[in-house]
Write a protein that binds this ligand. Structure first.
Ligand SMILES: [Zn+2]
Length: 148
């Protein structure tokens, strides 16, 4: 373990351990949420006969609720997949670096947004650029209308 090579060649072992901890913590959270949800759905299903026969409206409401639960579980499963992907990239040494400038994304930012691909500065710069682009497009659109 102690002679394990530093992933990516430049990431410190501390940062690697911290990022791994962040991702694995998130993973555990989601796994337990999914388990709770599945248990809830089962418990509700087991209890429903004691409430008597559901009328049609109640049944469809329960169906919708089941659909929502199912969609939530599916969403969490996708997030789990993303976390696995991130863990894989972490081992390759490509996780936690800004897509734009290649700088390390702060651990604080990754804790809040584990799938962030840009550092805070680049993300803000991008948002400003997008806003400016939209404003320019609107202005030149108005200008073209004036010309007509
Ligand atoms: Zn950046």
């Amino acid at each position: 373990m102690s002679v394990h090579k530093t992933p990516g060649g430049q990431m410190t072992r501390d940062r690697y351990a911290e990022l791994k901890r962040i991702l694995e913590e998130r993973r555990r959270e989601i796994v337990s949420e999914v388990h709770d949800k599945i248990r809830d759905v089962r418990t509700e299903g087991a209890n429903s006969p004691t409430h008597g026969v559901l009328d049609a409206a109640e049944t469809s409401e329960a169906d919708i609720q089941d659909d929502i639960e199912f969609a939530l579980i599916q969403m969490k499963a996708e997030t789990l997949h993303k976390i696995d992907e991130a863990l894989r990239r972490l081992d390759e040494g490509t996780f936690g670096y800004c897509f734009e400038c290649g700088e390390e994304i702060s651990e604080r930012r990754l804790r809040a947004l584990p799938f962030a691909v840009r550092c805070k500065d680049c993300e803000e710069a991008r948002e400003v650029a997008e806003l400016r682009e939209r404003q320019t497009a609107r202005r030149s659109g108005g200008f073209l209308l004036d010309m007509n």
